[in-house]
Each structure stands twice: as C-alpha cells, then as structure tokens.
Design a protein around this ligand. Structure first.
Ligand SMILES: Cc1ncc(COP(=O)(O)O)c(C=O)c1O
Length: 379
C-alpha cells in the first residue's frame, strides 16, 4: 500500500517529532540525547554558540510557533532581554503595555533608562499609541494574556500599528503557549516565552526561548553569545520532553481552569474573577476571536482584600503556594509578593493588580478536587 506523508503536520505531531533527527531505519535512541560536550562538528564548537540538544529544542519550538527559527535561553528573562537588545540601541524608544510580567516591567523601568533607552507605556487596548510614536520609537512590546490579570492585547491591531510605524513587534506568548495562539503567523516579528512554564510544564527547569525569522534569530543568538544567557543541555532535554505533552496538558488545563473560574465567580467571598473564558471578562470577545482556548491561568480578588487572600493562601491544601506557573500541579500566589514585588501602588493600579489579587495556575489534577480545596480554603 502506498503511504503518503501529510503536507503539513499537526501541532501535536510537531510537538513530538518536530526538530528531532531522522530516526527511520536507525538503531539509535527514540529520545534525543543530552550532548554535554563540545562537538568536533564546526556548527557545534561550544555550547554558548550552539549545541545539538539545544538545536532540537529550537527546531521543535520554531515548528510549533510556525516560525523559521528559535533560540533557547537560560530563562524567560534571558529571552526577553536578548530579543529587546537585539532590536534596540542607545537613543531608541520602546513602546510597551503597562500590564506586563513584573520582571519585564522592572527591566524596562530600572535598566533600560541607564542604557539610554526610553520606555513609553500604553494600555492593553493600545489607545493613544499613535500619539506616543516618535522617529526614535523602534519596538512595540506586549504580553497577551497578561500576568497576572489576564488582559488581552488585540494581536491583529498590534501588528497593524507596528507595521504602520515601522516598529519591531515582540510579544510574550508565555500564558497562551503556541497551542492557543501563534503571533508569528499573524505578522509578529518575534515571540518570547518563559519556557520555565507551560512549555517545560513540570516546574523543574528555568528556561526561555525567542522565536522569529532567521535574521532576527541570528541577532538574538549574537546577544546570547555576548551576554551569556544560553540554555544548559540538561534543561533542553527536559524542555524537549515536556513539549511532547504540551497539547494534551493545555487542553486539560483549559478545561479545569474554566470549571474553577466558574466556581469562583459564583462564590460569595470572591469579588471578581479574571479569566478570559468567562463572559464577564472584559476581553472575552477578543479571546474568542484570537485564542483557540482560554488558558490555564486565572486570578481573583477576594471581598476581604489582602488579609482574606493571605488567609486563603495559608489554607489551601492541594494547591501549592509557589511563584511559578504552567506546570502539572496547581499553584496559588499573591502577585504583590512575587511577580509584582517592588512596584509602587500607582504601578500596581496601572497593571490592574490589587493587594488582595490571587493568581492561580491550574494544573492537571481532577477539577472536582481542585474546587473542593478552593471551597474549604475560602470558607
Ligand atoms: C509572562 C512571563 N514572562 C516572562 C517571565 C520570566 O520568565 P523566567 O522566570 O523563566 O525568567 C515570567 C515569569 O514568571 C512570566 O510569567
């Protein structure tokens, strides 16, 4: 019987086979090995410049994002800083949303001004962006959905504005993952991820990745070579393994998160739930338009504010109190003590974070057990 290869492989097939060496007819291992030593091959002289295990992770993620190339990095922040610095120099300006992961926000607030780079902020609706653009504006940087209040940026609108004003567009796709949205296909120049989170998926590595066309990725790789934020091959192995189950994990996590969000929305002690899958969410329509699912992250505000939220975090039994997200185990955290520490009240207000906002990362447990735990912790 004649067999024919499908023209374009689906995302779950790409997650498993994308980037892997051809293993047909070879007695070699099914699983990509960790190459720790420097190769004799000219392409792999030294791991900071490139490494065969890292290359598999890079090709796999590029395939998932529908991009030409990717560069894996030692952390999400290494990917974000290297992508931004690949596109910026002293005298340039970045336009970014005020609602960002706190680390990205603090990088732009505390480090960029010392390098002669000016940062201007817009809201997630990008209103007023055109008034902020000057001949020195070079980059539009956004995150969607945002950490921690799950606001969305309209990706089509952002791309159109970036193209109109000749800005390099960079987007943090950590919360959505390539399973739920592919900004490169919609015209974005670069995508960055904290691969520490859902891509790796098991809360056991710190990792990052930048994705884009080969020209941009060559520039990002140069930054990694200069600044040293390359990935360790052991982390790359765990990342490759994690990505293979990304599709099924996200599908289940989305289902669990929606059930939890609906439960919280009805709870008398909860003031507000931030989850794009809820009709009450301010960006619900946009989420339906640009995402293939609503994600594993949500946040909520308790009616009792910070004291009630702290009590809640002390009482959860199944949920773990921890700063990461996107893994198989469900976590809770107060952003003011973690992702959004060291920010003024005004900055928190602009980011939409209240002192009592609880961020929740939904894992793969049975949703009934998660809801029972929330019920007892809120009670
Ligand atoms: C949306 C987002 N981007 C980037 C980062 C930074 O990633 P890393 O901790 O891997 O450096 C985080 C970390 O929480 C994040 O949530």
């Amino acid at each position: 019987m004649k067999t024919s290869k499908p023209a374009k492989l689906g995302p779950q097939t790409q997650a498993i086979h994308g980037g892997e060496p051809n293993r047909r007819g070879v007695n070699g291992p099914i699983v990509t090995e960790i190459i720790r030593s420097q190769g004799k091959n000219k392409a792999y002289i030294y791991t900071r410049y490139g490494n065969p295990t890292l290359s598999v992770a890079e090709k796999k993620i590029a395939a998932l994002e529908g991009a030409e190339a990717a560069v894996v990095t030692s952390s999400g922040m290494a990917a974000i800083s290297s992508a931004l610095l690949a596109a910026l120099k002293a005298g340039d300006e970045v336009i970014s949303t005020a609602q960002l992961y706190g680390g990205s926000y603090r990088l732009m607030r505390d480090v960029f001004p010392n390098m002669g780079i000016t940062v201007r902020q817009v809201g997630t609706d990008l209103a007023g962006l055109e008034n902020l653009v000057t001949p020195r504006s070079k980059v539009l940087y956004v995150e969607t959905p945002t950490n921690p209040t799950l606001r969305l940026v309209d990706i089509h609108k952002a791309v159109a504005l970036a193209k109109k004003h000749k800005l390099v567009s960079i987007i943090d796709n950590t919360f959505a993952t390539p399973v739920l949205q592919n900004p490169i296909a919609l015209g974005y120049d670069m995508v960055v991820h904290s691969a520490t989170k859902a891509l790796a998926g098991h809360s056991d590595i710190i990792a990052g990745v930048a994705v884009g066309n080969s020209n941009w990725m060559d520039r990002v790789r140069q930054m990694i070579i200069y600044l040293g934020g390359c990935m360790d091959p052991g982390a790359a192995y765990l990342l490759i393994r994690g990505i293979k189950t990304l599709g099924v994990r996200i599908e289940r996590q989305c289902e669990n998160a929606l059930a939890v969000a609906r439960f919280l929305e009805r709870h008398p002690k909860v003031a507000r739930v931030h989850y794009p899958g809820l009709k009450s969410h301010v960006d619900h329509k946009l989420a339906r338009k640009q995402m293939r699912g609503f994600g594993s992250m949500l946040a909520f505000d308790t009616k009792g504010g910070l004291p009630a939220s702290r009590r809640f975090c002390d009482r959860v039994q199944l949920f773990l109190l921890a700063a990461s997200l996107g893994g198989v185990e469900s976590l809770v955290i107060l952003p003011i003590y973690s992702s959004h520490y060291n920010m003024t009240n005004e900055e928190l207000r602009r980011a939409g974070v209240s002192p009592g906002t609880v961020r929740v990362s939904i894992g793969l447990e049975d949703k009934e057990d998660l809801i029972e735990d929330l019920k007892q912790a809120l009670g």
